[in-house]
Design a protein around this ligand. Structure first.
Ligand code: RB5
Length: 143
């Protein structure tokens, strides 16, 4: 599985921790779209870049981090075909895969610790979509 990751300064440390976890798994290929320091940047650019990588098929999934996860998830969800779920715990990550077939995960570096972020990432990657009535609802979102 190919995974694109991106963040702003508020999500930089969490993105680095998630990236190290992804690289340790050995079953995913990671593309890091930045930012690569704690210097202040604007999250829309990074959210959009990651979302476009997923929407174009360059990546199978995307993971984005900002301070809260809110801004960068809003930016990602503006790109057609993206379903970016903002998660603060493992149950949300499992449900955004099972019910929303989320193709992107957003997390907040100022909201959750790195251990939680890694557990959420694992659930996001390892949980399958349930289909059925959930596919009907996703079709309604896509219009
Ligand atoms: C940056 O200070 C902060 O606003 C950003 O990381 C994010 O939390 C926005 O939603």
């Amino acid at each position: 599985m190919k995974i694109a990751i991106a963040c702003d300064h508020g999500g930089f440390e969490l993105k680095e921790a998630v990236k190290a976890y992804l690289e340790s798994r050995g079953d995913v290929e990671v593309t890091d779209l930045g930012t690569n320091s704690a210097e202040s940047v604007d999250y829309p650019k990074y959210g959009r870049a990651c979302a476009e990588a997923v929407a174009s098929g360059e990546a199978d999934r995307g993971i984005v981090c900002c301070g809260t996860g809110i801004g960068i998830s809003i930016a990602a969800n503006k790109v057609k075909g993206i379903r970016c779920g903002l998660c603060t715990n493992v149950e949300m990550a499992e449900l955004t895969r099972k019910h929303n077939n989320a193709n992107m995960l957003a997390m907040g570096g100022r909201i959750i610790d790195e251990e939680t972020g890694i557990a959420i990432t694992k659930a996001f990657l390892d949980t399958e979509f349930e289909g059925g009535r959930h596919q009907r609802r996703i079709d309604q979102i896509e219009g």
